[in-house]
Design a protein. Sequence first.
Length: 186
Amino acid sequence: MKLKQLAAIAGATLVTFMTLSSKGLAATIINPQLDSYIPKPSDIVVGTCSQVGVCFPGQEIPSNTSVFPFVSRNDSNFNVTSLFLTIDPSEDAVWGNGVSNIYKNIQISPDAKKITFNQGVIPVEEYLFADAKTTPAGTAVKFSIAIDDTPVPEPDSILGTLVFGTIGASSYLRRYLKCKAQQPGI
């Protein structure tokens, strides 16, 4: 009985692989996962900016599937609203199914070399669990990471906006009251 089950699993895997190959896709399939995460004391946490090197929106950095899985803390000064992963052109690999409890929209380009995670946010100082399973397992594939952002305003800019807004409102109120006082009966 177990032999039949193994044969069925192997057959299904072969059919899936042949279907993907017949579409002109590659020998290696990468299935990425991006989830919000609460780190355990035993976790090694890397900073998105300080250790990974993604410090500016639009900045593209090279990576490799051998770095997965890992836990990252968003130590940049912006909320990450989109994440883009692009397979190196020299690699015979494609993105498979992406999974995320952060991003609602996951899009794969027609050539399956780029996957985009968007319609979600990784806030500043929040944690992310990232993984990518490859088929065949353990295959190291080069790819690049880029991010898009929502800037987090500096406390000084918020304070400045409040101060100037208050000054403007009080000036308007004074002019309105002065004008109303000069026109009795209105």
